[in-house]
Design a protein around this ligand. Structure first.
Ligand code: ADP
Ligand code: ZN
Length: 711
């Protein structure tokens, strides 16, 4: 059985060997046994049911809650030559009937379904007439009422055990904890399932956490090492998302915003672009990410602190699903703690719930101030023991120096106490530094013993010290009092001199803004490889556009990288590259060989994104389309098309894109708005303006109207 599985792995998927426990899982399921699979994101869960689906006779039903994910997987299988389909609301009645016929004739190997559809009585009885080979229940943690993605429809999946007693079932999830695991087994009635628990380590992710100094500048420093990479920047608020994405665009980074306050069309369009184009940066609230399966996200940056380690792990886990290096970078400061605590305070829920949340935040803060290996700490939180420091996080690479902060910590705490436990950090630092300003004088605090005792340290050192005191629970924030600090019980032993305190020594600010010293994701390809790498990606992009799929469905980055490194020169060599299965070899092998042989590399176009970017900057700078065309060495027609796109993506206003006389503009707008219902196509009104207005202008105006009215 394992041998057959190996053959399918190589022939269909193009991979040489199974990863982790894939082999054992596939063997178990292909033989008809049940299985519960816990594997981190990017671990390779899909193959665990896709290979058995091909080994077993009959139809495999895949239950998945997310339509976007289904479509992605079906497209991927399609490219591999595996007959698969998704049954969801995007199909009309005719298409559904056609699909039913193909299912009856046994033409389909994998059918993707949402749980609510599967459990409809009509669907169940339809499936009972078919030869069902396997049920795969993806995102199985959705059955857990305590988890974060509970979906009531999942509860009904338990009945599959009785309705299809002879059909094996495999449940898969990337959510680790024990309680959820038991719930899955119970509610899905998987009592005889063999459990396959993998390590939750994501070895290819490099973790770095820096203290917030000038966050935007720090972010730019981080991004400078990631030119051309796709990534996600998480912010807490919608407003900040808008600001940061605008700022990045201004700085020449291709960024898009994503948050729940945007019109759903914009959100969908931005998400689609993020998946389909290369090198885009999504600036987003945590609303973004669920169901994002893009494998080549090269970095995840946090400008604000997540509220728990669970969230941090999940969000950073969206990087590097393809197994290639990815960076998780975060800047955090005291302000974050204040914001999160305030949100928590104002949230619904009882005291117990709030205590749990507080606990989770404390664990998150502890990771930020961790002096040992970050990965060891992170995994330990999920009850996993990593015996050695990882060597692949900032603490391991840079080394953390600690210092005896006992005395200054007592001074800092004493400043809190002596000033009445109601002032924020800024004021407390003024007192410690002996700043004789009006506010201090009004309170009479220049007479305190602590006034000026801290002159030996800088303002930023004191701020950092306060942040660490709060993170360690030695001081707390008064939320009603706008972030005034007060003492906690935990600080008493320190004040009484019974214990000492070791704290992280902070890196010099300039060192902290750079990600230097082990930020490997940016070094995916080396200088001299760049040209060929870009050519391979350009070809992939062209093929992806032709086939209407995201680029990674053609080949993942890891496959292109292997082509680059192993330089196959024959189709047979190409067939040995990991990720090149029989079908893809036949379809694309020759074209990629051509690029490697240098045939197409000379003609490799500039990366499309760079042009888009430059175009936006030039238009904003007031250049006319003709000037832009001259600057970018492309046709005016192209420029108009890209301008229209930028308008749709809300990167440009119509005024920025075009310089059209007022009267003429209104005339064009009226022409579009004259009819009822949908905007007419450009071709319909173009004859009116023949010779007066370039057709490209019409596209731009239409795009602007469309986004204005969200048509
Ligand atoms: P998950 O669903 O667990 O997040 P996926 O099934 O999407 O992970 O797999 C992540 C990536 O790893 C995909 O690009 C997949 O093709 C690749 N992959 C999975 N198994 C293997 C393997 N045995 N060898 C090489 N690549 C693999
Ligand atoms: Zn480490």
């Amino acid at each position: 059985m394992l041998e057959q599985a190996q053959r399918v792995l190589k022939d269909v998927f193009g991979y040489d060997s199974f990863r982790g426990r894939q082999g054992a899982i596939i063997e178990r399921v292909a033989r008809g046994g049940d299985a519960l699979v816990l594997m981190p994101t990017g671990g390779g869960k899909s193959l665990c049911f896709q290979v058995p689906a091909l080994l077993r006779d009959g139809l495999t039903i895949v239950v998945s809650p997310l339509i976007a994910l289904m479509d992605d997987q079906v497209a991927t299988l399609d490219e591999l030559g595996v007959p698969a389909a998704a049954l969801n609301s995007t199909l009309d009645n005719d298409q559904q009937r056609e699909l039913a016929v193909r299912l009856r004739q046994g033409e389909i190997k994998l059918l993707y379904l949402a749980p609510e559809r599967l459990v409809q009585p009509r669907m169940l009885s339809f499936l009972q007439q078919l030869n069902v080979a396997l049920f795969a229940i993806d995102e199985a943690h959705c059955v857990s009422q305590w988890g974060h993605d509970f979906r009531p429809e999942y509860l009904q999946l338990g009945q599959l055990a009785q309705l299809f007693p002879d059909v094996p079932r495999i449940a898969l999830t990337a959510t680790a904890d024990k309680r959820t695991r038991e719930e899955i087994v119970n509610r899905l009635e998987l009592h005889d399932a063999e459990r396959f628990l993998s390590s939750f380590d994501r070895p290819n992710i490099f973790y770095r956490i820096v203290p917030k100094e000038q966050p935007r500048k720090q972010l730019l420093g981080f991004l400078a090492d990631h030119k051309g990479d796709a990534g996600i920047v998480y912010c807490l608020s919608r407003k900040k998302v808008d600001e940061v994405s605008a700022q990045l665009v201004e700085q020449g980074f291709p960024a898009l915003p994503y948050h729940a306050g945007l019109p759903s069309e914009t959100r969908a369009a931005n998400q689609k672009r993020f998946l389909n184009e290369e090198g885009l940066i999504m600036v987003a609230t945590i609303a973004f990410g669920m169901g994002i399966d893009k494998p080549n996200v090269r970095f995840v940056a946090h400008l604000d602190l997540p509220k728990s380690l669970e969230a941090y792990y999940q969000e950073t886990g969206r990087g590097g699903r393809d197994g290639l290096p990815a960076d998780a970078w975060m800047a955090y400061g005291l302000q974050d703690v204040l914001m999160l605590k305030q949100m928590m305070q104002n949230s619904e829920g009882d005291e117990r719930h709030k205590r749990v949340e507080q606990h989770k935040l404390d664990a998150m803060l502890a990771l930020c101030e961790e002096t040992r290996c970050r990965r060891q700490a992170l995994l330990a939180y999920f009850d996993e023991d990593l015996p050695q420091p990882c060597g692949h996080c900032d603490n391991c690479v840079d080394g953390v120096q600690t210092w005896d902060a006992t005395e200054p910590a007592r001074q800092a705490l004493s400043a809190i106490f002596r000033t009445g436990q109601r002032y924020g950090v800024g004021y407390l630092v003024d007192v410690l530094l002996g700043r004789d300003n009006e506010k201090v004088r009004n309170a009479g605090h220049e007479r305190l013993a602590v006034f000026g005792v801290g002159k030996g340290r800088s303002e930023s050192e004191w701020r950092s010290l306060y942040r660490q005191l709060v993170a360690r629970g030695l001081a707390d924030m008064d939320l009603e009092g706008f972030g005034g600090l007060r003492l906690t019980d935990a600080c008493r032993p320190l004040l009484r001199g019974e214990v000492t305190l070791e704290l992280r020594k902070e890196l010099k600010p300039q060192a902290a803004t750079r990600t230097s010293g082990g930020s490997p994701a940016s070094q995916l390809v080396r200088g001299e490889e760049r040209e060929q790498w870009d050519a391979l990606r350009a070809l992939r992009r062209r093929l992806a556009e032709e086939h209407g799929v995201p680029p990674y469905v053609i080949f993942p980055d890891s496959t292109l990288l292997e082509m680059l490194r192993s330089q196959p020169s024959t189709l047979a060599d190409m067939g040995r590259v990991s990720g090149v299965g029989a079908r893809k070899l036949e379809r694309y092998g020759a074209a990629f060989l051509d690029v490697l042989a240098g045939g197409a590399s000379a003609a490799a176009p500039e990366p499309v994104m760079d042009i888009r970017h430059e175009l936006v900057s030039l238009a904003r700078a007031g250049m006319t389309p003709a000037q832009i065309a001259g600057q970018l060495k492309c046709t005016e027609k192209n420029v108009y098309a890209l301008l229209a796109e930028a308008i749709t993506a809300q990167q440009l206003s119509l005024e920025q894109a075009l310089d059209l006389p007022e009267a003429l503009l209104s005339e064009v707008q009226d022409a579009f708005l004259d009819g009822e219902g949908e905007l007419p196509a450009v071709s319909e009104i173009a004859p009116h303006f023949q010779g007066r207005v370039p057709e490209g202008v019409l596209y731009c105006v239409r795009a602007a109207l469309q986004s204005e009215f969200e048509l």
